[in-house]
Structure formats: structure tokens, C-alpha cells
Design a protein. Structure first.
Lengths: 115, 114
């Protein structure tokens, strides 16, 4: 079974631009979560989607948004990019989104560099 | 709110020596606890997890961890380090009511000396 895939793997943007990152979960997984990883702040939860609905949200400004499609694929968008948005963005998928523990499987990430 | 503290951002061990990575958490409800490993330019891979039941959990690659509620700790150990263990390790906590939201510690980078 194929793992979580994220596209693109690398991205360079300039301040003020917007960017869209894509995540395809493992087949059959319905929950997708996004995390930001930076040297200064570490790994931080952005949001989680389950059945096309945002179930949980971290403490990020409204410039960060996401969505999930009916096939469980998810996208996250960052508008008006700032230098501090440079990070590795990780996506994780799991079978379900609530209740008992559901193992999350992480993708390789998208490395975003903002110049 | 939950939080995770990993003592030591860098740990250096000799090949064949014990690996001990420390993790303390705070949680107002019974937590789920995890250790993940990250190799350069890769995502996170689950090493082991504690949800309920036996407090000593065994994971992949010879790692194990013990949940100690009284000490709010979940330290990761491996009896004998291998060169391939060089990576960054993250302790994380979640709880049933939080869906799949993971709260991570700051990470510990392990260097293995030959």
C-alpha cells in the first residue's frame, strides 16, 4: 500500500505570495492532519480534517487554511507569505479522526522557503 | 493544555552503548504517548506508542519506553546503539478527545560515535 504523498517536495516563494501544498493520504484513510516544523518552534499542529470537515485547529493565523476533498486528499494554503513561514510542512493520515487511538502515518513533507 | 519536555536537544553516544532519551509530559487526562524518529529529509516514523495497558512498550529497531504516571515520564531506551540510530527523536502526547492532534516535544538529535 502506498504511503502518504506530498507535493511538491520543495518550493521557493517570495514574500507576499501565496502557496498551496497537497497531501494524498494512504488509501482508505479519512483523517488528514497538517504540521509545521521549524528550527525555532519545532513541530506544531496546524489543523486536522476528517470527512471534508475541519475537526481541530492549532494556533496559527488565518493566513493558514486548508480543505479536504471527497477522496480524502487535502490541501493547505498559506496566503501573504512571510519569511517566518519557511518550514517543513508535514501531512499525516489515519483511518479515523476521533475516539480511540488511530495511528498516524506521516508523509515526507514539503520544504517551503520564503525569500 | 498538554505539553511535552525533552531533556537535552543533543545526545552523543558510542556505538554499542545505551541510548536514553528523556521525555516528561503534562496532561490533565490520561494521555496517549508516542516516540517518533525523523531521518534527514524525511517525515516522521512511529517508533512506539502507549495508549492503555502494559506500561513497558516495545517498538521497532530495539527501542522500548516505560510509561511512569507518578513521574509523568515516558523515557525511550535502547540497550545498544547502532550507527543507523543517528537521527532526531520526538516525544509526543495526545488524548482521546483531541482527535489526532499531537503535541510534540522539542526533539533530541542523537549522534552515534564509532
Amino acid at each position: 500500500k502506498a504511503g502518504v504523498t506530498q507535493t511538491p517536495r520543495y518550493l521557493i516563494k517570495t514574500r507576499g505570495q501565496q502557496v498551496t501544498l497537497s497531501c494524498s493520504p494512504i488509501s482508505g484513510h479519512r483523517s488528514v492532519s497538517w504540521y509545521q516544523q521549524t528550527p525555532g518552534q519545532g513541530l506544531q499542529f496546524l489543523f486536522e480534517y476528517f470527512s471534508e470537515t475541519q475537526r481541530n485547529k492549532g494556533n496559527f493565523p488565518g493566513r493558514f487554511s486548508g480543505r479536504q476533498f471527497s477522496n480524502s486528499r487535502s490541501e493547505m494554503n498559506v496566503s501573504t507569505l512571510e519569511l517566518g513561514d519557511s518550514a517543513l510542512y508535514l501531512c499525516a493520515s489515519s483511518l479515523e479522526g476521533s475516539g480511540d487511538y488511530n495511528e498516524q502515518f506521516f508523509g515526507p513533507g514539503t520544504r517551503l522557503t520564503v525569500l | 493544555a498538554q505539553s511535552v519536555t525533552q531533556l537535552g536537544s543533543h545526545v552523543s553516544v558510542s556505538e554499542g552503548a545505551l541510548v536514553l532519551l528523556r521525555c516528561n509530559y503534562s496532561s490533565s487526562v490520561p494521555p496517549y504517548l508516542f516516540w517518533y524518529v525523523q531521518y534527514p529529509n524525511q517525515g516522521l516514523q512511529l517508533l512506539l506508542k502507549y495508549t492503555t495497558g502494559a506500561t513497558l512498550v516495545k517498538g521497532i529497531n530495539g527501542f522500548e519506553a516505560e510509561f511512569k504516571k507518578s513521574e509523568t515520564s515516558f523515557h525511550l531506551t535502547k540497550p545498544s546503539a547502532h550507527m543507523s540510530d543517528a537521527a532526531e527523536y520526538f516525544c509526543a502526547v495526545s488524548r482521546a478527545a483531541a482527535g489526532n492532534k499531537l503535541t510534540f516535544g522539542g526533539g533530541t538529535r542523537v549522534l552515534v560515535k564509532p
